[in-house]
Ligand binder design. Sequence first.
Ligand code: SF4
Length: 285
Amino acid sequence: MKKSNMYDWCVPWNPLAGECPHKCVYCSTKSIPWKSVREKYSGELRLDEKAMKKNLGSGNTWFVCAQNDLFANTVPQDFIEEILHRCRIYDDNEYVFQTKNPVRYMRCGCTFPSSSLFGCTIETNHIYENDMGLTISKSPSVASRMLAMEKLESRKFITIEPILDFDVDILSDWIKRINPEFVNIGADSKRHNLPEPSADKIHALIEKLTEYGIEIREKHNLHRLHDLRHTCATYLLKSKGEDGQHIPLTVVQRIMGHSQISTTLLYAKVLDEIMKSEMKKLRFK
Ligand code: SF4
């Protein structure tokens, strides 16, 4: 099964056709090259009968309506009910939902499948307009999303993608209050000329969230925004001193200005060899 473009840990299932009411300027659905897909996601919202009949099997993790927002205010209630009913028929799966209108998770009054993971996009703590003076998305405000996610008592995650410029203290505090299982962070891969944060801000946000014990799932596309830091940390971690030994993690931590060693470890994650030798040293101390 083809993995979702957004997440490599689940598979998309797209039973909702028609144009997403939120009309985000950066929506990846608009740039899909295939005519048949563009047609599916244009016009009035409707159920895709073929997708609705799909056998969802068991033991799968489905990303429900990956190309649309099932919980947007104008999605008819019966569409939500029918799609969730279909999920419950195949209740041995995990279902991932994601919305920019999380208050409807609670207000729709529907029964969700027994294994559901509720996601919400919070790209920033600001309100942005594009150069035409229009807001970047017609979705509910990020502040209202935060409040709804804070109230939601279920397994939940936050996605900061595409990440937009933000205030480190405010956004990290919002996420701490929501207390998600993990936070996905990614950049605008199609370059829509959005207001993007500096590498230092991204680094500071990751560091704060790591301090709060929140798992960070960094998307590959984020490297475009903080590549220099990434390259520098990786270079230091790969380098060896005159004694032929790698620079200790604690030294790299100091050079990079990480207050927590766990942040340095995020960069070292790909460097297994270094990790192993550091572990050996610790064992012999
Ligand atoms: S909410 Fe998601 S699917 Fe809808 S327009 Fe925005 S990015 Fe696209």
